[in-house]
Design a protein around this ligand. Structure first.
Ligand code: PBG
Length: 329
């Protein structure tokens, strides 16, 4: 590379057209996944601390599905909020449970929409943990069968993808085997592989009513100080049959996204979680930064690091903007 003055880095920054020509990472609606909360009863309710995000009755599903298809979104990610909770999260694997009903309604409204179901027990257990409790601890192996049953019921309801977010060891293999033996070998598994125990999940736990009633999730989610552990988690999930791996939270994990993409070369999703979303939107509402630009910058950074798929609560708004700016130029 020659030096200044032969090399002038600013040459390619001179005009919008030149900048666009050499732009490397881009956002596209087809790579954005929109997380949605569905409740079993009640009306549409705004979620505290997450401006623009709602809990929806299943009767909203058809409109939402049409909007997602109209915007060309990559998919929607369904979270269910059940009416009843118990010790073993039985509403999670009920054929007529809330996530199954929501998946069915979305599927009925839009046959080609990619419908993803979050597979976990925490919103369905009365103690709020992601697995069953034995002797005061979250019991790994006793949880696997329940997760597998949940995934099978979600796939039967019409989910294209099941997304285990519990962080139990061996759950991808258990889910893959259960799907295959239920004649659901085409159902995709998107594993929350590298999931950190993060403060950035704060707003989600009120949205999904899934906060642990005792202790915390550090016995199963990862320590944010560790990176080799994240790569081991991902390697195990790939070996167990995960089709798509996920890293979460997004922006605090750019190093993991980059290493995972380079090492494994499998489709990779990054989740811009509730706290990341809310921090940007609320800062914008307080006039301390431009939330539109901050949102685009955060999401494009995930792409630059190596994410193929981005899960964000802003998916619909961002897609609208992308479509608008494409038609302007
Ligand atoms: C459930 C689950 C959580 C999120 C996705 N699935 C919460 C948690 O683990 O506590 C977080 C999503 C977000 O914060 O947007 N296990």
């Amino acid at each position: 590379m020659s030096r200044f003055p032969a090399t002038r880095m600013r040459r390619l920054r001179r005009s919008p057209a030149l900048r666009r020509l050499v732009q490397q990472a881009r956002l596209h609606p087809s790579q954005l996944v929109w997380p949605l909360f569905f409740t079993q009863s009640g009306t549409r309710q705004p979620v505290d601390g997450m401006p623009g995000v709602h809990q929806h009755p299943v009767s909203d599903a058809a409109d939402i599905a049409q909007r997602a298809v109209g915007l060309g979104l990559g998919g929607v990610l369904v979270f269910g909020i059940p009416d009843r909770k118990d010790e073993v999260g039985s509403a999670a694997y009920d054929e007529d449970g809330i996530s199954q009903e929501a998946v069915r309604a979305l599927r009925a409204a839009a046959s080609h929409l990619v419908v993803i179901a979050d597979t976990c027990l925490c919103a369905y257990t009365d103690h709020g943990h992601c697995g069953v409790i034995k002797d005061g601890r979250v019991h790994n192996d006793a949880t696997l069968d329940l997760l597998a049953r949940t995934a099978v019921s979600q796939a039967r309801a019409g989910a294209d993808i099941v997304a285990p977010s519990d962080m139990m060891d061996g759950r991808v293999a258990a889910i893959r085997a259960a799907l295959d033996s239920a004649d659901l070998s085409d159902t995709v598994v998107m594993a929350y592989s590298a999931k950190y125990a993060s403060a950035f999940y704060g707003p989600f736990r009120s949205a999904a009513d899934s906060a642990p009633q005792f202790g915390d999730r550090r016995g199963y989610q990862m320590d944010p100080a560790n990176s080799d552990e994240a790569l081991r988690e991902i390697a195990l999930d790939v070996e167990e049959g995960a089709d798509i791996i996920m890293v979460k939270p997004g922006l605090p994990s750019l190093d993991i996204i980059q290493r995972a993409k380079q090492r494994f070369g499998v489709p990779l999703a990054a989740y811009q979680v509730s706290g990341e979303y809310s921090a940007i939107i609320l800062a914008g509402e307080h006039g301390v930064m431009d939330s539109t630009r901050a949102m685009d910058e955060s999401l494009v950074a995930l792409r630059r690091a190596g994410a193929d798929v981005i899960i964000t609560y802003a998916a619909a708004e961002v897609a609208e903007r992308l479509i608008g700016s494409a038609s302007e130029s």
